[in-house]
Design a protein around this ligand. Structure first.
Ligand SMILES: N[C@@H](CCC(=O)N[C@@H](CS)C(=O)NCC(=O)O)C(=O)O
Length: 210
């Protein structure tokens, strides 16, 4: 049966290729919330966006008088505004852990991924690719213990992981077909098979993997 999106008056300024916009689209899809999507073209500053976001970055979420321009704030706002299904654990310590994981994913993996995609100096890009691959392989065993990122339940942390992992091919990061990588590869497939993940993909993103 088709899922009828809940009505909302929200607008998401989204870049169809950017992993941060993808995270927010994924949260919206998991919650079954429909929003107006305003496509942001990288490098082109839209006046509408500049008016509500001092940095004119994507994603930007507008809900009536509220305009949010930080991805983490947006994701948590959506989780509070649309509580079902909850995408953060209940207890403060677990919530703090989740927030810290999201921060580390951003700093340790997403920022280098962005630098790789910008194609800066080739030697540096090679080094960043290797570091990203080794770092992901380093955490691969944790996915053997639990189905999601350090959790029995799907959370916002997985909404940060999925867009990054979906981009490994275009990042030129190849995981080895070795035992060590298996739990990570299984985790990736588990995320990619989610109906909400499929629904969150833009045409550009659909073409990112062969
Ligand atoms: N702190 C912001 C950063 C967002 C960001 O850097 N977005 C990139 C695309 S992934 C962007 O819009 N870059 C264009 C620019 O900085 O002008 C967040 O966490 O949402």
């Amino acid at each position: 049966m088709a899922v009828v999106p809940r009505r909302s008056t929200m607008t998401l300024f989204s870049d169809s290729a950017c992993q941060r916009s993808h995270r927010v689209r994924m949260v919206l899809a998991e919650k079954g919330v429909g929003v107006e999507i305003e496509e942001v073209v990288p490098g082109v500053v839209s006046e509408d966006l500049a008016e509500i976001n001092p940095y004119a970055t994507a994603p930007t979420l507008v809900d009536r008088d509220l305009a949010l321009h930080n991805t983490m704030v947006m994701m948590e706002y959506l989780d509070e505004r649309f509580p079902h299904p909850p995408l953060l654990p209940v207890y403060p310590v677990s919530r703090a852990h989740s927030r810290q994981y999201m921060h580390r994913i951003e700093v340790d993996w997403c920022v280098p991924a962005e630098q790789i995609l910008r194609g800066e100096e080739p030697k540096r890009v090679d080094r960043l690719r290797k570091e990203l691959r080794d770092s992901l392989l380093g955490v691969a065993p944790i996915f053997a213990d639990k189905p999601f990122f350090m959790s029995e339940e799907f959370t916002l942390v997985d909404c940060c992981m999925a867009p990054l992992l979906w981009r490994l091919e275009i990042l030129g990061v190849k995981l080895p077909n070795a035992r060590q990588a298996k739990p990570l590869i299984t985790y990736m497939q588990r995320l990619f098979d989610r109906p909400a993940f499929r629904a969150s993909l833009t045409d550009t993103e659909r073409n990112m993997r062969g």
